[in-house]
Write a protein that binds this ligand. Structure first.
Ligand SMILES: NC(=O)c1ccc[n+]([C@@H]2O[C@H](COP(=O)([O-])OP(=O)(O)OC[C@H]3O[C@@H](n4cnc5c(N)ncnc54)[C@H](O)[C@@H]3O)[C@@H](O)[C@H]2O)c1
Length: 415
């Protein structure tokens, strides 16, 4: 029995799912194949991914391939209640509502696990963590998992290093067709969509500080520049910092950036990237938001403690007045701004990410219990297949090697 906010919202959710369906042709193509071949027949899935329209599209494709799905969100603010309602009428068990308390969020994940999954699709690693702690009794059912995002991969790497990982997991995030597009172009666009619709302010001429120049940070910085901002990047990795510098951005520590920024975006996967000492340095009216997976990148407990007044400035913008009299603004409670204050990545981007998810799940089920309990990288030919389908869906043609070129590229003695 699903646990959702209000089933009467389903029509609006159906409309949203219908719209993304038209714009996710690769998932549609795989779904059509899987409807015939039924690679998921009899398999039970637990899915914890942002409960919005593109995820509903993924779940529908899994069900078309014969799987049954119990789905929860992966973040308390990213669930769209109308989509959850529509999906619950499509045959999935759905346990999610917008703005869950931490207790409700966890209870919903546990309900999704009660379906005794064979395949676990995680975005951030919360299902994996519960399976390895409170619900170890379910581990014998699990053939494997798929992890969608960098933060989840980082958690799994630590589990593997400590010898704790008890089932194989495909590093979906690390497929080229995922991070090169989703993390960079998806986050790059949707973060600005979230910020712009929340603030209704101009970006051109502002100083935007981007913390983290990984795949997401590159996209966020690139699009900030395109909108006319002056961009400063904060990094801890000298290589990424050098890359940002050569890409034409200012690079500096947060202690310096805090003084000059008008708008701050954290996207590191790390905690307290903007902390207590930075708040005291910031300009009056500075705006902060986070695009990393968890709401720990901006030290909100410290902000709450320091503030002498707290007032909502506009929907999803909380203002904090510091003892100095300056106001600082925080968007979307410090949760991923593109999903908590927007609709997440564009459908065409999630088309590639979720095609990788579908092929990863098929890969696991085809191999049964034969995979080792480790982080697994999807074979390059499956990654290329998704890119090929994507290009075909866009009507883009590319060259192929001639026999002579093939031989040349496979010859070391060129003399
Ligand atoms: N908002 C979204 O829709 C979305 C999409 C994909 C990924 N994510 C999340 O965004 C985060 C970043 O993902 P990514 O793929 O860019 O990861 P990444 O590993 O490619 O990049 C993270 C960067 O942050 C830097 N960094 C780490 N700690 C830092 C600190 N204290 N100060 C400054 N820089 C620091 C690292 O050196 C690295 O270059 C993760 O939490 C990921 O799960 C969000």
């Amino acid at each position: 029995m699903s646990e959702i906010r209000d089933v009467s919202l389903a029509e609006s959710g159906r409309q949203k799912i219908g719209w993304v369906e038209k714009n996710m042709p690769v998932v549609g193509r795989l779904e059509a194949e899987f409807r015939e071949t039924r690679p998921f027949a009899g398999a039970r899935f637990a899915v914890s991914v942002h409960m919005e329209a593109k995820t509903a599209r993924l779940v529908k494709a899994i069900m078309a391939g014969g799987g049954t799905v119990s789905a929860a969100g992966c973040n308390p603010l990213s669930t769209q209640d109308d989509v959850a309602a529509a999906l619950s009428l499509e045959g999935a068990e759905v346990y999610a509502w917008h703005d869950e308390t931490p207790e409700e969020y966890k209870a919903h994940l546990l309900l999704a696990l009660d379906g005794k999954p064979n395949v676990v699709i995680d975005d951030g690693g919360d299902l994996a963590t519960l399976l390895h702690t409170e619900r170890q009794d379910l581990l014998p059912h699990v053939l494997g998992g798929c992890e969608e995002t960098t933060t989840g991969i980082n958690r799994l790497i630590i589990m593997q290093r400590e010898g704790a990982l008890r089932y194989p997991v495909i590093a979906v995030n690390n497929a080229d067709c995922k991070h090169l597009f989703d993390n960079r172009y998806g986050t790059g666009q949707s973060v600005w969509d979230g910020i712009n619709r929340t603030t209704n302010l101009i970006v051109a001429g502002k100083t935007v500080v981007v913390a983290g120049y990984g795949w997401c940070g590159k996209g966020v910085s690139m699009r900030a520049k395109g909108l006319g901002a002056k961009v400063a990047v904060c990094e801890i990795d000298p290589i990424k910092a050098a890359e940002a510098w050569m890409d034409g951005f200012d690079v500096m520590p947060m202690d310096d950036a805090a003084r000059i920024g008008d708008l701050f975006v954290t996207v590191t996967g790390c905690s307290k990237v903007i902390g207590e000492r930075h708040f005291g340095l910031m300009k009056d009216g500075a705006i902060m938001c986070n695009a990393g997976h968890f709401n720990v990148e901006i030290d909100m407990p410290a902000l709450e403690r320091l503030a002498v007044e707290r007032r909502e400035q506009r929907a999803s913008i909380m203002g904090y007045r510091l003892p100095s009299g300056r106001w600082l603004n925080l968007l979307a409670q410090g949760r991923l701004v593109n999903l908590a204050s927007g609709d997440g990545h564009p459908a065409e981007i999630m088309d590639m990410s979720f095609a990788i998810q579908l092929l990863s799940a098929k890969y696991i089920l085809e191999r049964g219990h034969s995979l080792k309990n480790e982080l697994i990288f999807l074979p390059a030919e499956l990654d290329r297949l998704v890119a090929k389908y994507k290009l075909e869906s866009m009507g883009v043609r590319i060259d192929a090697l001639t026999g002579e070129q093939e031989r040349y590229l496979n010859t070391w003695n060129l003399g």
